[in-house]
Design a protein around this ligand. Structure first.
Ligand code: FMN
Length: 185
């Protein structure tokens, strides 16, 4: 009987199980993900966002954001993102490269319906996020349904590193039918 980190399928399954825990448990380390994009002028940019969905079978993750945040302009220029997690208790780093689909309008009605009222104010800040303001609190946060969108991140490349007593690294791509390729760590 092998440990989960000794096989490519074990690492894959553990990764998606951890992401699923991150969606369901606000205190889990996968709850927050470092979400990196490339700006319209070609510069790298990262920010923390909350992981909202992890669909192992369909191989996508979802996060939610404001349509007027800068990352949307970046994604319209370069529709890709890199997602990064570190699960310290498992010595597991998870890195994804994804193609990002921006979902808006009626297709995200169900998602909006379960956003608590206290969180809806994250979508609608006036002036738009990143706009210079005179004083630190010179903004309003009305909930604006039309400003809510879901970023569906379709997996293109998954790179895992397990830093146990031995170090193991594996990459999965569609080109290899997600079978995984061991890499030198
Ligand atoms: C703990 C934490 C959770 C956050 N969650 C989200 C989120 O789920 N969605 C989001 O758009 N921004 C979230 N933010 C804010 C982003 O980090 C970022 O400041 C904001 O989205 C503007 O980024 P942008 O100008 O690069 O688009 C979160 C920030 C922190 C510190």
């Amino acid at each position: 009987m092998s440990d989960w980190f000794e096989t490519k399928s074990g690492l894959w399954d553990m990764t998606w199980a951890q992401l699923d825990l991150g969606v369901r448990d606000a205190s889990h380390p996968c709850r927050l993900v470092s979400f990196s994009t490339v700006s319209a002028d070609g510069l790298p940019e990262s920010r923390n966002v909350v992981l909202r969905k992890a669909a192992a079978d369909a191989k996508f993750c979802e996060v939610q954001t404001d349509t007027q945040s800068s990352k949307i302009e970046s994604l319209k220029a370069h529709p890709h993102a890199a997602l990064l997690w570190w699960v310290e208790s498992l010595d597991l780093q998870i890195r994804m490269q994804c193609g990002v689909e921006i979902l808006e309008g009626p297709s995200v009605d169900d998602d909006w319906a379960i956003v608590p009222p206290s969180s809806r104010v994250s979508y609608g800040t006036l002036p738009a996020p990143g706009t210079p303001i005179q004083g630190a609190l010179d903004y309003e946060k009305p909930p604006v349904r039309e400003r809510f969108c879901v970023l569906r991140c379709h997996l293109e490349h998954l790179d895992l590193i397990h830093l146990g007593r031995d170090h193991r690294r594996v990459a999965y791509t569609q080109a290899r039918d997600w079978d995984g390729q061991w890499l030198s760590p």
